[in-house]
Each structure stands twice: as structure tokens, then as C-alpha cells.
Design a protein around this ligand. Sequence first.
Ligand SMILES: Cc1ncc(COP(=O)(O)O)c(C=O)c1O
Length: 492
Amino acid sequence: MPGLHPDLPDTEFRALGRQVIDLLAEYYATIETEPAFPACEPGVVAALFDAPVPEAAEPIATLLADWRDKVIPNSSRQGSPRWFGFVNGSGTQIGALADAMASALNPNCGGWRASPAATEIERRTIRWLAELIGYAPDCGGVFVSGGTMANVAALRTALHARATWDLATEGLQHRGDAGRMTIYLADHETHVSMLRAVDLLGLGRAALRQVPSHDDFTLDVAALERMIDDDIAAGMHPFCILGNVGSINVGAIDDIDALADVAARRGLWLHLDGACGALGGILPELGPHLGAMARADSVSFDAHKWLGVPYEAGCLLVREAEALRAAYTMHATYLLPAEENEYDGLNYFEYGPQLSRSWRAFKVWMTLRYYGAAGIRTFFRQTIACATRLHEQVAAAADFEVVQPAPLLYIYSFRWAPKALRGDDKLLDRLNQEISDELQRRKIAFAMTTRIHGRVTQRLSICSHRTTLADIDATVEAMRAIGAERLAAHGV
Ligand SMILES: Cc1ncc(COP(=O)(O)O)c(C=O)c1O
């Protein structure tokens, strides 16, 4: 049997590439007009792809047809101007093309030797991001899959830096230190990724100490100090404070300066979960809220959220690069250079949990250069203006209820609650869920509910660079109309 040569001849590869670009262009051409969420059912979609293992090679035309006829019609358009679900970035075109370029070069970004240019670009991108948000430019940093892994990576670094024993050797089996290593975070708004972090690190969920929060959903710093004192008296070992920089439901930003003061006084690590909001440090007007980020030991954020870089693009910054390296360093002879004195550059496998790594930094580097900081500021301000418009609409209406302060970022929660119905929480919970479901069913927008103080609440994450004020107005009007309709349908 002749050997299989997997590469196409040059002209065929170019022709195929053009076909793929045409398909992508078709997708972008309808991204603003097609519904954000497709009309599809899980079982029906599964059946479309229910095929046996392909033993024989298939024609490329069939594969591309499947993309057009099966994948696209059954996909969410997270880049739609009316996609308000989760905290999903909108996906920049330059990022998508950069991903293809990174995949073609296919460097393994675990070590410098396998990826000299890619490593230096990652290093430079991390430095740029730190500079942009006002963090130490010579910090350590690493790209990971997302905010969850960035939080895991940060907690491991914090644990390593603050453990009073040799954590690398003894891990959490250390017996001379019977106390529990504890982490402090706000009780209302802290993201579920912290559960994943303590699960993976073997700390146990009881290590997460929930500190009461204020009415504006920020952590109560006086209560934090009291809880730390009580815990120390009870034999625990506080090692980390977690601050929110853009919380998941209301975009709350903790008092970072005050948290940094407590961390400094107590010798604790301060990690900021800025998955949603830390990149806001690029906006000078957010300085009063974000200016103190530079005082944190570590900050995590997602370039795949607000910045719209295609998944996955989480990032962790650690002020002392050596603390990051110390937490992840490991050695194996097959990873070392042939000559001991040979310059080997920076090996990212020593700065994070992965060994083999894709080139996530490239799409971020390309996005930053393509738009420039000025372009990104304009886009960020547009999303904040949309969230502010939403707040203004809600605050001015008799049939909506404000549940949070005016938004600082692009995430905003509120309730449909005509004055006459307030107090009937059961009915309002039901109606708010129905509004959200109907909005999707009628192909107006994709939004989600959450619970705030136990009540079903509308929650919009306005992350798309394609969203305009008109989209916000249309969504509010639709919610209002659906609310009134559903109320009548319930016979109230
Ligand atoms: C505050 C916060 N932290 C962490 C995460 C986790 O990020 P990822 O989904 O990228 O793992 C999210 C995701 O929405 C978040 O909002």
C-alpha cells in the first residue's frame, strides 16, 4: 500500500482555504440578523452527528457541507448582538484567523526550544496586558484555558508561597500542621470556579470561608478581619483572600485597596478574580475602582470574555514571577537542553499546570495589535454604555425593579416586577423565568436568569462588540411585553 501523504498540493490547499474563508464570511454576514439561539432540540442535534467511525476517507466537500448544513444551523451565535448569556465573549474575526495561523505553525508552547517566537510573544503579550491594566509589567504570567484554571493556578501559587512547610514534598499530607488552610471570599457573588479550585487542590470546600457582603455585593472588610481572628483562634491557617473584580451576577468590584491592606497586615496572599472585569483596568475612568489591582499578589482574567478573543484565553498574572515559577517548577532529563550552559529561554511548563500547551497568546497578541489599546477602550466603553442604558431604562420604569447599583462594567441584573405585584415573589419568580424563556423562544435575544437574594432575576452580560443601544431598547421592550402577556395568561 502506498504511503499516505496527508498534505494537499499547494494549489489545492489554497483553493480549500478559500472555500473555508467563504464559509466563515457567510457566517459573519448573518451574525447580526440570525437568532442568537437556534431552534433546535438536543436529541435532534445528536442524531445529526450519529455516524459510525469513518473508516474510509471522506471527500472534503462533504465535510464542508456538514459545516454549512448541520453545524451552523444548530449552533448558538455567541457573537450575536443579542447574545446576553453567561459571560460569553463575542469572538473577534482577527482572533479566529490568528487561531488558524497558530494551529498551522502548531508550536508546543510548553518549552522555549519547541516554540522560541511563540514563547517570546506570550511573554510580551503578558507584559502588555499587565501594563494595560496597571499591573507590574515584570510580573510572571501564563495563559491557561480560562478563568477557572487561572483561579486554580493562582491558588496553588498562593498555597505554595504561604505554606510554612515544604509543600512540594509533603503536599497537604503534612502532619505537623493540623490546622485547615483557609481562603476568604464574599458570601454572595463568588464564582463557582472557586469550588473547582479547592476540589482540585485537595483543600476541601470547607476551606472557603464566606465573608458577609454589603448591600452593593462587595465584601465587608471589617467582617473579614473578625472572621480571620476567629479562625486563627480556632486553629485554622488563613492563607489567601479572594477579591472580586467584576462579579458574575452584578459586576461588583470589591474594595481592592482595603483588601490589600488586610492582606499586607496579616501576611496573606491577595488573589483577584478578574475573569470578567480586570481588563477594565485599561479604562482610566475605572481607576478609582481598579487602580489598586497592582497591590494584589495575583490577578486572573479571561481574554475570551470582554476582549472577545476566541476560546480559550484565560490568563493569570503573579506579581513576583519567582513565586509562580516556584509553585510549578519540575525537572526531567528529557526536558533539559543538551548543554548545561546553553541559553534555553523561558519554559512555560515551569510557570503553570500544563506541559504541552497550545499557542493561546497569539490570538491575544494579534487582537491587541489589530485594535490597539485605543480601539479596545472604545469597544469596552460601548458595552458599559449599553449596560448603563439598561439600568436607566429599568430605574425609570414602573414595571421593572432595580436590584443592584448602577453598573460599573457590562454585567447587569434586574427584575420585571410591576409595582402592584411586588411582594408576590413566587409569582414574580415564575414570570421572570417565563420572560427569559420566551425571549429565546421568540428569537428576540438570548438571556439568562440568576437568583439574587434568592429571587429569580434577569441577568444580561453585554459582552458583544456588536451590541448597540437599540438592541438594549428592543430587548427591554420585548421583556415588558412578554411580562404583561404572561401575567394575563396566568389570569392575574
Ligand atoms: C468571576 C468569574 N470567575 C471565573 C470564571 C470562570 O471562567 P471560565 O469559564 O473561563 O473558566 C467566570 C466565568 O464566567 C467568572 O465570571
